[in-house]
Design a protein. Structure first.
Length: 184
């Protein structure tokens, strides 16, 4: 029974890592990334849509994002939304598309990005701990009901800790990689 519980736990932990990867991609580093702007919500004819649904987003250089809306009537809406975002970037209207040059981040801005990254990493760690506690609760309940033997209970605890260490290491690796990118 404890193997089933741990087997069901792995996809949940994988989802935590997938979510963390998406959140980390949105944090600005030294290089441009389309993930920085693709989920910004744009007012598209009275409907709120992510930018990636109304425009083609690409990189036109290591520090420049190009946004080509399919409907040119939303150019000004996109520009205003990006200006009003907390990304600290200034879009430039270039006829029928928008360029978003990313200046090198200041030391103060880098510290803010590192703080934000730290919060995202801690959220992932908390989520991992939540799933560990849930699995451990199920194992203990199985023990109380006589479905899990005592030696299996302790074996499960060891397996659970090994799994947690593995996923915490994944979180740390991603954090270190992003820290290097921010500090470039």
């Amino acid at each position: 029974m404890h193997q089933e519980i741990i087997k069901k736990l792995k996809p949940e932990l994988d989802n935590v890592i997938i979510f963390l990867d998406r959140e980390i991609a949105k944090i600005r580093g030294a290089r441009a990334s389309t993930a920085l702007v693709e989920d910004i919500t744009i007012d598209y004819h009275g409907e709120k849509l992510p930018l990636k649904k109304v425009a083609s987003i690409s990189l036109s250089g290591p520090r420049v994002i190009a946004i080509h809306p399919w409907d040119k009537s939303v150019l000004l809406s996109i520009e205003r939304t990006i200006l009003g975002s907390d990304l600290g970037i200034n879009p430039v209207l270039k006829g029928d598309f928008i360029e978003v040059p990313l200046p090198p981040p200041s030391e103060e801005f880098r510290k803010e990005l590192l703080r934000f990254l730290s919060e995202k990493l801690e959220m992932a760690r908390q989520s991992i701990r939540h799933w560990r506690e849930e699995a451990w609760r199920q194992i203990q309940e199985g023990f109380r009901q006589g479905k899990v033997r005592e030696d299996d209970k302790f074996r499960a605890k060891d397996e659970l800790q090994k799994l947690m260490d593995e996923y915490n290491e994944k979180i740390e690796e991603r954090g270190e990689s992003k820290k290097k990118e921010i500090m470039e």
